[in-house]
Design a protein around this ligand. Structure first.
Ligand SMILES: C[S@@+](CC[C@H](N)C(=O)[O-])C[C@H]1O[C@@H](n2cnc3c(N)ncnc32)[C@H](O)[C@@H]1O
Length: 276
């Protein structure tokens, strides 16, 4: 049975000493730096600046990705009526986290956050601020282990009811495409009809060619290693699901709000799809 209650504590792993290595740039912290956050170290800022020098739109990508999250959750918690969210590759807490966005629409929303970065674990308390009607929980787990994620999620979410599986900027860390497809399939097989999958993913299309040397630099100097995919490869994550309008597009172009009509196209695909 899923847990009830307004909050849950981090996994027992929280009791272990954090394994933070401040000497090597890590994705969660560099992403936080590009978003203008303060939860990063010198090594993160140096690599972040170098990547930005090679791939100047990276800050636009990060901001567009977070705005996509807000619009996708607005749709999912709003007209789609979803009340359960499994957010894998959460990132460091920011102003508008998944539970802030979902519970602003539906206070009884239940959210399970998953990440494997020790710095995210250290800051996870900022994610455990559920409205009393709902619940948030943080799970330290690796996306390569979908069974672990599902069994931990089942303690908080009712997997017989629709779940929105949020995978924003995370599948790019599963380097083998067949393995990435298998992970998504396993997760979506575990949730019922009426569930949703939301994905954002970097690409060398949509003007992203200069990300080639930037990703090569990243893979030499930072962790974890990353890759881009084509639109066709990213579309493969949605096999067997029904893409909602407008389909797979630059995440900046996915249902832009009234003040975002002029948003620049960024080389990061985004889409939301429903399990029939
Ligand atoms: C680019 S950030 C995206 C954060 C957030 N989803 C967003 O869209 O703003 C990617 C996140 O995935 C996490 N991550 C990377 N590899 C992971 C893995 N193997 N398992 C779980 N999380 C991972 C990183 O720690 C980081 O927090």
């Amino acid at each position: 049975m899923p847990q009830t209650g307004d909050q849950a504590v981090p996994e027992p792993a929280a009791a272990r000493p954090p394994r933070i290595d401040s000497s090597v740039a890590h994705n969660a912290r560099v992403w936080n730096y590009w978003l203008g956050g303060k939860d990063n170290f010198d090594a993160d800022r140096r690599v972040g600046d170098h990547v930005r020098g090679m791939f100047p739109v990276i800050g636009d990508v990060a901001r567009a990705d977070r705005r996509f999250l807000a619009r996708a959750i607005g749709f999912l918690a709003g007209p789609a009526g979803v009340r359960q969210f499994l957010d894998i590759g959460t990132g460091l807490p920011t102003a508008d986290n998944t539970h802030d966005l979902a519970q602003a629409v539906a206070p009884d929303s239940r959210i399970v956050y998953v990440d494997n970065d020790p710095m995210v674990l250290v800051h996870a308390r900022a994610l455990l601020t559920s409205r009393p009607e709902g619940v948030t929980r943080y799970v330290e787990a690796d996306i390569h282990r979908p069974e672990t994620i599902l069994s931990a999620a089942a303690e908080t979410l009712d997997l017989d009811q629709p779940v929105a599986v949020m995978m924003l900027g995370i599948l790019n860390f599963v380097l083998d495409t067949d393995e990435a497809y298998g992970i998504v399939r396993r997760l979506m097989d575990a949730v019922p009809s009426g569930s949703y999958l939301a994905v954002t993913h970097p690409t060398l299309e949509l003007g992203g060619e200069s990300n080639v040397p930037a990703m090569a630099f990243w893979n030499e100097h930072a962790a974890p290693p990353i890759r881009a995919r084509t639109g066709a490869e990213i579309a493969g994550f949605f096999t067997g699901l029904d893409l909602v309008e407008p389909g797979l597009v630059s995440c900046a172009r996915w249902r832009p709000g009234p003040n975002e009509a002029d948003a620049v196209t960024v080389p990061q695909y985004g889409a939301v799809a429903r399990k029939p």
